[in-house]
Write a new protein. Structure first.
Length: 25
C-alpha cells in the first residue's frame, strides 16, 4: 500500500482523489 502511494504521489494529476486519502493519513 505504501508503494502504491509513492507511485500516486509522483503523478498527483492522474489520481487527485488519492492525494486526499494520503493527506488524511
Amino acid at each position: 500500500m505504501i508503494v502504491e502511494m509513492r507511485t500516486y504521489t509522483l503523478r498527483p494529476g492522474t489520481h487527485p482523489e488519492y492525494l486526499k486519502v494520503y493527506e488524511a493519513m
